[in-house]
Design a protein around this ligand. Structure first.
Ligand code: BG6
Length: 521
């Protein structure tokens, strides 16, 4: 019965899109990896879909001594590799790109930047609207924002029509204190409505769909609570290691890299109350309420409810891979965690007593990000001799990646003269349903920045609450390590983590949903 599939199609489509107003975007760190891998491809994709503003330009700013020609050449190369576009389309797009080399701290260069922007704004008729995208190491955020302010570039001209917006990438601080300090410094020059904190998970199609599924339907809401839900699992497993990011990753670790943002945001979407409207503040108010209801962990709970681990050498698919401590530029006694799993409780009327299990790790068995809502078993079985505990619980899986879609598994009769029950899975897959590539998360997010919609961006009080939830865990780990009795566990690359991750659940008679690689759900 496992392969029975339902037919799904989307018939009537209601769209909320409006075109973004004319503007320009300044990318700080334009010669870097994020610009080539995400920002330029997403802007190009918006361009080919006709979703960029009518008048639009990009000004790249970085220390690398490139000229506009050099920047366009880099862009052409990256876009050709990714999209194989027709030459004339690529040429049209590249005409929008410009470049200015400069040091992030050099005040004189901001004067030059200001002159360049005045000219570009006039040439492209961009209406004095500017996005400053900080694709730089976080340690220069302060400097860039302060210099922009000193050069008068954050001042919004023309009674609010010509706006200025600043985009920052995570990490938003290293802990509660540094996150607060960063915000305080940003707020010296900017209002909260001008700050766009990116959590790229919120731009993913399937993540946005959690909201549609919950709040554009009535069928799930009556069962979305402690009366019907046994527990919820949120998994973000990666098969890749730390790649070339040793400098950032070691000492940062998985909890800060994935839990502080993506994992807690997924938790918010699946567990928060319905907002009164789909707008930035209504949504972020509800998320804040939810984050505030997450039960704080005491030091004793951390030991029982949180697992941290690091990968050792192993095998992923048909490749042998090195352990974390053998990766380039990682100390051979590093205690940085590359996997974390935790059991959280939400103390409110809807969720009291329902465990939320979160796990994320590098070099795990397969790439898989999903939210699984596991329902309670039936209270009594009428199908004797099958007892109620023998019937599998129903489960709704929202698969974020790589096989974007969702599946509802139910108990059903297997066809035949005998009375046999099995699990039937009603599944839908975005790629089957909507031909072609799914838009990258950055497309949605870039568009929203230009539209001035902060719904999918993280507000400062949400960031602060996320750090508050993690603070006891980080404190306890720091203490353990300092006292020389680290609780760090180890797992072979290519596994689902050390046994303690499974034991978080088996102690309570539950198991993780671990579909094998290649399986679409
Ligand atoms: C980033 C983390 O925010 O998300 C990376 O810094 C991680 O360590 C990445 O690999 C995962 O993103 P995605 O979109 O590939 O799931």
């Amino acid at each position: 019965m496992d392969n029975v599939q339902a037919t799904v199609s989307l018939t009537e489509t209601l769209c909320l899109e409006v075109r973004a107003p004319s503007c320009g975007i300044v990318i700080f760190g334009a010669s870097g990896d994020l610009t080539a891998r995400k920002l330029l491809p997403s802007l190009f994709s918006l361009f080919t879909r006709g979703l960029l503003p009518e008048n639009f330009f990009v000004l790249g700013y970085a220390r690398t001594p490139l000229g506009t020609d050099g920047f366009r050449e880099q862009a052409r190369k990256a876009l050709r590799e990714k999209f194989h576009p027709p030459d004339d389309e690529l040429a049209e797009f590249c005409k929008l790109l410009h470049y200015l080399p400069g040091d992030y701290a050099d005040a004189a260069l901001y004067a030059e930047l200001s002159r360049n922007l005045r000219k570009l704004d006039a040439d492209y008729d961009a209406g004095g609207r500017l996005v400053f995208y900080l694709s730089t190491p976080p340690k220069v955020y302060d400097t860039v924002v302060a210099r922009l302010a000193d050069a008068g570039l954050l001042h919004e001209p023309d009674g609010g029509r010509g706006w200025r917006r600043v985009v920052v990438e995570k990490p938003f601080g290293h802990d509660l204190e540094s996150a607060r300090a960063l915000d305080e410094r940003l707020h010296r020059h900017l209002q909260e409505r001008q700050i766009y904190r990116i959590d790229h998970y919120l731009g993913k199609e399937t993540v946005q769909n959690v909201l549609m599924l919950r709040f554009a339907n009535t069928v799930f809401e009556p069962v979305w609570n402690r009366h019907y839900v046994d527990h919820v699992q949120i998994t973000a497993a990666e098969d890749i290691g730390i790649e070339h990011r040793a400098g950032y990753y070691d000492g940062t670790g998985l909890l800060r890299d994935m839990f502080q943002n993506h994992m807690l945001q997924l938790l918010c979407l699946v567990a928060m109350e319905p907002p009164a409207a789909f707008d930035a503040d209504s949504l972020r108010d509800e998320k804040l309420k939810l984050l505030r209801s997450v039960r704080p962990l005491a030091a004793d709970d951390v030991r029982k409810q949180v697992v941290r681990a690091q990968y050792t050498g192993g095998r992923i698919g048909d490749k042998d891979v090195a352990g974390y401590r053998q990766e380039k530029n990682i100390p051979d006694d590093s205690l940085t965690e590359t996997l974390a799993a935790a059991e959280f409780f939400i103390d409110n009327w809807r969720w009291r007593g329902v465990p939320f299990y979160l796990r994320s790790g590098k070099r795990m068995h397969r790439r898989l990000t999903e939210i699984a809502v596991v329902f309670k078993r039936v209270p009594h079985s009428i199908f004797t001799p099958i007892a109620a505990p023998d019937l599998q619980p129903d489960m709704l899986v929202m698969n974020v990646q790589p096989h974007e879609g969702m599946a509802l598994s139910l108990q059903a009769k297997q066809p035949g003269p005998k009375l046999c029950l099995g699990t039937l899975e009603m599944a839908m897959n975005y790629r089957d349903l909507f031909a072609g590539e799914q838009p990258d998360a950055y497309e949605r997010l870039l568009l929203d920045i230009m539209l001035g919609d902060q719904t999918l961006f993280v507000r400062h009080d949400n960031v602060e609450m996320e750090w508050r939830i993690l603070a006891p865990i980080l404190d306890d780990w720091r203490k353990e390590d300092a006292e020389g009795h680290t609780g760090l566990k180890f797992y072979p690359a290519g596994s689902w983590g050390p046994p303690e991750v499974a034991e978080l659940m088996t102690g309570n008679g539950r198991t993780w949903h671990n579909p094998p690689p290649g399986r679409r759900r």
